[in-house]
Write a protein that binds this ligand. Structure first.
Ligand SMILES: [Mg+2]
Length: 190
């Protein structure tokens, strides 16, 4: 079976890196839990002028290559890859000219020795698979609308991975950690 995973907010901790960057630049003391809605600038209440240097740093070549992994998620994906095909479906940061390449290097290092496909795209719904996991509810909604309708026999499920910024969405299926997905996949495959 083919399992599709988003990267940022699923197995890569971009949010901590961005929050730390904001604190370093502006002397603030934001925490990851303060990200209560989608979009860093809006969630942290930053003006355009305050956001600009943060965006410039995130967009700098190499930034995406050195982000911290979410270790429990990496371990779960590694275990799942032993029996299933894994593809990472991730949208590059739009103002970074090297994000897609930096992200590939990050995946090669963090998932070294593991076979996977890598699909950098904003149009995640165009990528087909049996399971889709993302921390952005609109991505899960769009993926389900496209793949659930046309290929319902092949789709096991699409899930929002719980994060502080997606708690307000209660309509879509969600999981709190990828270990839950391991159990769901086990049951579906049985
Ligand atoms: Mg994400």
């Amino acid at each position: 079976m083919r399992l599709l995973f988003d990267v940022d907010g699923v197995c890569c901790d971009l949010s901590t890196a961005v929050v730390n960057l904001v604190n370093d630049i502006h002397g603030t003391s934001f925490m990851r839990i303060d990200l209560k809605c989608w979009g860093y600038q809006e969630a942290l209440g930053l003006s355009d002028a305050d956001w600009q240097p943060v965006e410039a740093s995130v967009s700098a070549p190499g930034f995406a290559e050195h982000l911290p992994p979410i270790h429990a998620a990496v371990s779960a994906i590694r275990r799942l890859s032993a029996q299933h095909d894994v593809a990472f479906v991730t949208c590059p940061w739009k103002t970074s000219p090297t994000w897609a390449w930096d992200r590939k290097r990050w995946l090669d290092r963090v998932f070294s020795g593991m076979a996977f496909d890598y699909v950098p795209t904003k149009s995640k719904a165009l990528v087909s698979g049996h399971v889709f996991v993302d921390d952005k509810p609109s991505n899960v909604h769009e993926w389900l609308a496209e793949n659930g309708r046309h290929k319902s026999g092949n789709v096991w499920g699409a899930f929002v991975l719980s994060q502080p910024w997606n708690r307000s969405n209660v309509l879509l299926p969600r999981i709190d950690a990828l270990v839950e997905l391991e159990e769901i996949v086990r049951r579906c495959a049985a």
